[in-house]
Design a protein around this ligand. Structure first.
Ligand code: SF4
Length: 171
């Protein structure tokens, strides 16, 4: 199983067309969404058991998590900062209270030595990433397709799905 993020970025680029065709195939197929979800969860468990996210950290370098007001308040409290100062220091633009926000810098300002320095109170979006545990994978395939070049877990789960569900002749 491939887990080198540089090779995965290359492979995902080379397989862009194939991966898009698989997305189109699965969306048009009559496979029950529950069967696809069960397979995604099985592959997710198998693959994530073999990948150490602390040796990668690519998602924290190249993606912007979406931040809720609750995330911002929790992070500000964790850093012992007033919410306004936290917003001034870490949040992009003049996002209004209550609106979904993003960090002002990328890589994430809380990534230190490839480790999340606010792990216990990290944003909900970070907790959920790479989102493969969620229901209705087939309706979120654009996200998975895009994440193939970002996350070794998604790349390998997507490869596993192609092997299990896509007849060779359709490739
Ligand atoms: S808050 Fe932590 S998990 Fe989320 S992007 Fe930043 S370093 Fe990564």
């Amino acid at each position: 199983m491939e887990n080198d993020i540089r090779k995965i970025e290359q492979q995902a680029r080379l397989r862009e067309d194939e991966n898009w065709r698989f997305r189109s195939y699965l969306k048009a197929s009559d496979l029950p969404a529950s069967r696809i979800d069960a397979l995604v969860r099985k592959l997710y468990q198998e693959v994530s058991a073999q990948i150490d996210c602390t040796k990668c950290g690519n998602c924290c370098r190249v993606m912007q998590p979406l931040l809720t007001e609750a995330d911002i308040k929790r992070l500000a409290a964790h850093l012992d900062l007033p919410v306004k100062q936290f917003r001034d220091d870490f949040i992009k633009g003049n996002s209004e209270e209550g609106a979904v926000a993003e960090f002002s810098t990328m890589p994430c300002p809380f990534l230190r030595d490839n480790i999340c320095s606010v792990y216990d109170c990290r944003p909900r979006d970070c907790r959920s990433y790479p989102h493969l545990h969620k229901k209705d994978f087939v309706f979120r395939m654009n996200q998975a397709y895009a994440n193939c070049s970002v996350c070794p877990i998604v790349f390998n789960v997507y490869e596993g799905l192609k092997s299990e569900l896509w007849r060779a002749g359709k490739r």
